[in-house]
Design a protein around this ligand. Structure first.
Ligand code: KG4
Ligand code: ZN
Length: 345
């Protein structure tokens, strides 16, 4: 089944062609980073306008790269939440128009669930293949959740952040340090040459059996540290600060993911979401899982940050679950945008 995926929930416009939920024929991403960088964060109205300009060229490019014509698409999957309403609506309305045009089914998918199931797309040699039941860690700019996954559509949230998402905390620290946007990417880059134990930032809520997260204390602690300095760190001092902040975030994510997998008796951890592109997190998660005898599935970085490949991958399972009548044509006028959409509901 050839699925066209469309993603526009935040600041990336993306389209992908994925065959049978596994084979990524194309995965095109138009990033809006240059537009939002000067504000240090996503400006929703600017995001919607950029999606309007990018969405059709991105879809055309995805089809061309896959050497697929629109009429050869068997179904369309679009992110319908959670996300920015104006941004979501752009992808959804275009998806509806295309599905209506080719008279094929359309499904709306949950963005966080698409992140969680990304390791099942483009399964590669060189990393542990994912399996059910698994413990998924979705860690992005908007979400930090530990989810027990028993199969497609079978999700149970084990723990999540009470305040900032991990990526959000990294981005805010990056902004305070005068780094570029998004801060997480710069902290990864600069932290690589720093000393992760140079500064001791808090690792919150590390009590046994507690799978909730909190990152606002870490952010405050960095701001307090900066407030005591009479200058913005540069060079080695900046590298050490980035490495130490990154280490505090990574330690908590790794510790809780492995502890939750053990508590739920799960043999497989799926590391997903934009922050899972972080090299220190990938390395430490794989090492900790290996030590605990748990498989660590860490998808390629292109499937970690926002992309439509993961949307098409998850959409395939929804589309192939439709009845034969539902599969024959377009009937999905009711797919709508949801700013909030808890996993598994
Ligand atoms: O999944 P994503 O692309 O969008 C959301 O759904 O939020 O995640 C974006 C987040 C941002 O906070 C960004 O700073 C973070 O992922 N991020 C990283 C890295 N690449 C992206 N954080 C740390 N290290 C990275 N290499
Ligand atoms: Zn995302």
């Amino acid at each position: 089944m050839v699925v066209l995926g469309i993603e526009s929930s935040c600041d990336e416009t993306s389209a992908a062609v994925v065959v049978d939920g596994r084979e990524v024929r194309s995965n095109v991403v138009a990033s809006q980073i240059p537009i939002h960088a000067r504000y240090g964060g996503v400006v929703p109205e600017l995001a919607s306008r950029a999606h309007v300009l990018d969405v059709i060229p991105v879809i055309e490019k995805a089809l061309a790269e896959a050497a697929i014509e629109l009429r050869q698409v068997d179904g369309i999957a679009v992110t319908s939440g959670p996300g920015l309403i104006g941004s979501l609506l752009v992808g959804i309305e275009v998806a509806k128009a295309l599905a209506f045009r080719i008279n094929k089914p359309l499904v709306g998918v949950n963005h966080v669930e698409a992140h969680l199931m990304a390791p099942f797309v483009a399964v590669d040699e060189g990393w542990d293949p994912p399996c059910f039941p698994a413990l998924g860690l979705a860690v992005s700019g908007g979400h930090t959740s530990l989810v027990r996954i028993d199969g497609y559509g079978q999700y149970q949230v084990v723990g999540q952040t009470r305040d900032d998402a991990a990526g959000e905390a990294l981005d805010k620290v990056g902004k305070a340090l005068g780094l570029g946007y998004p801060g997480g990417v710069f902290i990864d880059r600069l932290g690589a040459s720093g000393n992760p134990s140079a500064l001791d930032f808090p690792r919150a809520m590390r009590r046994k059996g507690n799978f909730e997260f909190s990152f606002s204390g870490l952010k405050t602690s960095v701001m307090t540290h900066l407030g005591k300095l009479d200058h913005l760190p540069q060079g080695e001092e900046l590298a050490d600060l980035c490495a130490s902040v990154q280490e505090a975030v990574v330690d908590v994510l790794v510790y809780k993911a492995v502890a939750a997998a053990k508590a739920e008796k799960l043999r497989c951890v799926l590391l997903t979401g934009g922050v899972s592109a972080n090299r220190r997190l990938r390395t430490k998660m794989m090492a900790a899982c290996r030590k605990a005898g748990i498989a660590a599935c860490v998808p390629p970085r292109s499937l970690c940050t926002d992309n439509a490949g993961m949307v098409a991958g998850l959409g395939f399972h929804a589309l192939s679950g439709l009845s034969p009548e539902e599969r024959t044509g377009f009937h999905s006028f009711d797919v709508g945008a949801r700013s909030s959409w808890p996993v598994g509901t």
